[in-house]
Ligand binder design. Sequence first.
Ligand code: NI
Length: 171
Amino acid sequence: MAVLNIVKYGATVLETPGDVVTEFDDELKKLVADMFETMYAAPGVGLAAPQIGVSKRVFVMDCSGGKDPEQRIVMVNPVVLNVEGEQTGEEGCLSFPGIFFQVKRSLRAVVEAQDTDGNEYEIDGLELTARCMLHETDHCDGILFIDRTTTLKRELVKRKIKKLTKAGRWI
Ligand code: NI
């Protein structure tokens, strides 16, 4: 297993929809293992393949931060089937280090996906689980959490990143 480099906002791959995964082979299993290692090392609770520069529809998440093995989730080719309710809470993203803001999401989400063997399954998640699945599924579609906030907030975040980039503190 290896800790991979996480790409930051500005990289084209983050805003490109990932390719559908069709091969459920050892290469996919290695990618997923590396993504878990990279996510735990960061540390973070979710990581999608585009964030390590791989334009594929895959994400890993663990809302327990490695404490509860049952919360290790891999979703390949995720599709949001149903959403319900609303929640507002602080969100961050490993591709936006140091940047956190309030994001409105659905309170509940049912997401269908495949595991690394290609078996279909679904998760009916609430609160943080729903938030995380929606954030990561967005990554697979090339959508970022700044796209889920107000225009004003988005512009403020972009301005901050522009300043950090000028100062050589971004990428
Ligand atoms: Ni993210």
